[in-house]
Structure formats: C-alpha cells, structure tokens
Design a protein around this ligand. Structure first.
Ligand code: ATP
Length: 371
C-alpha cells in the first residue's frame, strides 16, 4: 500500500498558507488491512479511517458515480485497484486534486500547481456538475483566497451557473448551506462568497430571504476591518446590518432571514441587537437619555452583561466603516457597570414602596444616561 497527503494540505503548503488539517489517501489497501494496522473505521458511506495516534483521516482511494440528487447522491467504489489518479479525478478543483508522496514528490495530473501560480480556481472535469455543494465550496475558496488574487475560471463559473439553472441546489439541506456559509463568513473576504454566488445565479435558491446587498461599497469597506480574531457571529451581525438597516420592518425581515438560513440563535440575537443599537451608539451625542438606556435594556445587557462585548465589537466595525473611527468601548462598559450598581434592595432601604421603586430605578438609570 502507498500513502499520500492529499487535498487542502498539499494546496496550502504550496501556497505557503497555514495548514490546519491533513487528509491522506491510501492506495492499494483494503478495510481489513487498515483495521489490522490499528486504524479506526469511521463513516458508513465510504471507507475512511482515523490514525490511532495522530487522529488524522486516511481514506481508501475511491471512485464515485452519480446515482441521485444532491451532494449525497453518489455511489462509491473503493478497492485496492483504484489508482491515485482515479481518486484525484473525482475532486472538485485542480488545486485540490494534488497529492504528495512520502518522499515529497507532488502528483499533479490536472495542473493544479499551474493554476495555483496563475491564481485560478478551476474545476477538474465536467463531473464537477454532479455535486451542487461544489458551487458553495468554490465560492468559499474564492472568499478565502481573494486577497491573494485568486479568481474563478470563466468555464468553472459557467458550470456553476448551469448547476444553478437546474433544481440541484434545492436538494442541498439548509444545514449544509449554513455550514458552508458560516465557514465563508470566517474567511478573509466573505463578500466575495456572496458576490460569486450571485454571479452564478445561485442566491435566489440558496438565500431566498436575503435582500440584495445594496451597500456593496460599505460591505467591502467593512470586511477590511475584520481580523482573524473577529468571530463569525460578529462578522455576520455587522454584514447583515448593511442589508437590513435601511428597509421597512427590519427586525421582522432579519428574523425571517435567520430562520430561513437555520443559523444558530446566537447569530440572530446579536444581529438584532446590532440592528437596534448601532444608530444610537454611533450617534451617542444626539441620542436621548431614554434611547441610551434602551440600548442596555432592550438587549438585556444588565442581566446578560456578556452580551455587551460582541455588540460593541460589531458596532465598532460599523463605526470604522461609516465614520472612519472606532467606538470608545470602555465608555459603554463603564456605563454598564454604573447601571448595574442600581439595586432595588438599596431603593427599598431608602424608603421607596410599590410602584415608586420602579420609578426611582428608572430615574437613577436615566440620570446616569444623561451625562
Ligand atoms: P479546508 O482547508 O477548507 O478544509 P480542504 O480542501 O481540505 O479545505 P475538505 O472539505 O477537508 O477541504 O476536503 C478535502 C479534499 O477532499 C478537498 O481538497 C477535495 O480534494 C476533496 N473534496 C471535498 N469535498 C469535495 C466535494 N464536494 N467534491 C469534490 N471534492 C471534494
């Protein structure tokens, strides 16, 4: 048997990009042999094994044949006679279809290295059209490598458009779409992901509730302020703010959008908080004490203080985008601390009773928000 490093690790190593995951392909072996060598089998669809010490994935070389709709509609054939080249030919992009032998030799039957140098995302073969998930994958890789100058080959974009014109994309589960979208939002240029899907005419099917990203220039500007530490939740909330802030019933539309996307509730909640607070935080001097207090109460920031930091982070990104300045986040943290010191017990002790307790709390809170 022969073992090769494949896919993303070979690509990123050649690109001088950080390698996080290593995938291996095993040629000329069988499940029995792998198990006898101590590898642990995983997955029911095709033979993949986990290395007992490194925990890395080792897959037996396989070919595939389309047998149904969607990205799961495949029949796999793995046997010791499947060659490395056959296995590489089922992969999506030429830059993902390279392997490296143990002595460092690169096996590159589809000129992936040439495309890496030319900064091109190009499909391996016309079988690309058999898996609709590849439309999202290409857009995600484009979002990751846009800053390095990568673009999608015209003929690959044409195939993406062909896939979008069929009903194949509709067979992807919402969870799968969200998984790719979430990863894309974490990449260097999330906007590239959405723009490319738009160019492929795929947005209508994939994100039916997404309103046109009207403020493209702001979105482009926004993502230049993202850092590797900016969480996906914060990125998402700031990006969707640009889509929803200026429309009618934005909170309702945003909630509907998040439902359609099946994103976790944390994404929806922060987005709603950002939608509600950004205008006020960015124009604090012109915001009334009532509205200032409402920023803290509506997002429940006094009982859930941990919510403030991501909210300020997202609003600060928007302040950089719209006003070319950051927010004085410490000011809002201090105000939160002061507001939390107002305790009903102290007010009762001061002699207030019944409805007067609530009124006094409000009066003290507003007094803090006035300065
Ligand atoms: P990442 O850095 O995002 O993990 P990756 O290339 O390692 O990138 P994986 O999803 O781990 O991505 O897939 C490993 C390899 O398997 C890919 O490089 C590609 O060769 C192949 N692959 C994965 N999914 C598909 C697919 N849907 N169609 C064709 N080939 C695929």
């Amino acid at each position: 048997m022969e073992i090769y490093l494949v896919g993303g690790a070979v690509r990123d190593q050649l690109l001088d990009y950080p390698v996080y995951d290593k995938d291996w392909v095993v040629v000329g072996s069988s499940p029995d042999e792998m198990i006898s060598l101590g590898y642990k089998p995983v997955g029911n669809d095709f033979p993949v094994f986990i290395h007992p010490e490194t925990g890395e994935e080792y897959a037996l070389a396989r070919t595939e044949r389309k047998s149904g709709k969607g990205y799961t509609g495949f029949q796999y054939h793995a046997s010791p006679d499947v060659t490395l080249e056959e296995d590489l030919s089922r992969r999506d992009l030429t830059i993902n279809a390279m392997a490296q032998s143990s002595n460092g030799h690169i096996v590159d039957p589809f000129d992936g290295q040439k495309d890496l140098e030319a900064r091109i995302l190009r499909h391996v073969s016309s079988a690309f059209s058999e898996d609709p998930l590849r439309v999202l994958r290409v857009a995600r890789f484009a979002a990751r490598y846009a800053h390095l100058g990568f673009s999608v080959a015209p003929e690959t974009l044409a195939l993406m458009q062909q896939i979008a014109a069929t009903d194949e994309l509709a067979h992807l589960t919402r969870e799968r779409i969200w998984a790719e979208t979430e990863r894309a939002i974490g990449e260097q240029s999330p906007l590239t992901f959405f723009r490319l899907l738009n160019q492929a005419d795929a947005t209508q099917t994939l994100f039916p509730e997404l309103l046109p990203l009207g403020k493209l220039n702001e979105a482009k500007q926004l993502e230049t302020h993202f850092t590797p530490d900016t969480t996906t939740t914060v990125r998402f909330a700031a990006l969707v703010y640009l889509c929803f802030a200026t429309i009618d019933n934005p909170a309702e539309q945003l909630t509907h959008f998040c439902q359609g996307l099946r994103c976790p509730n944390g994404f929806r909640d922060l987005s709603l908080q950002v939608l509600h607070s950004t205008d006020k935080l960015l124009n604090w001097a012109h915001t009334s004490a009532d509205e200032r207090l409402n920023v803290y109460l509506k997002s429940d920031l006094l009982r859930r203080p941990e919510r403030l930091s991501p909210l300020l982070e997202a609003c600060s990104l928007l302040a950089q985008t719209f006003k070319n300045k950051t927010l004085d986040t410490q000011f809002y943290v201090n105000l939160q601390t002061e507001l939390k010191t107002i305790q009903p017990a102290d007010i009762i002790q001061a002699g207030f009773k019944g409805a007067a307790i609530g009124e006094e709390i409000k009066r003290r809170q507003l007094a803090l928000c006035t300065t």
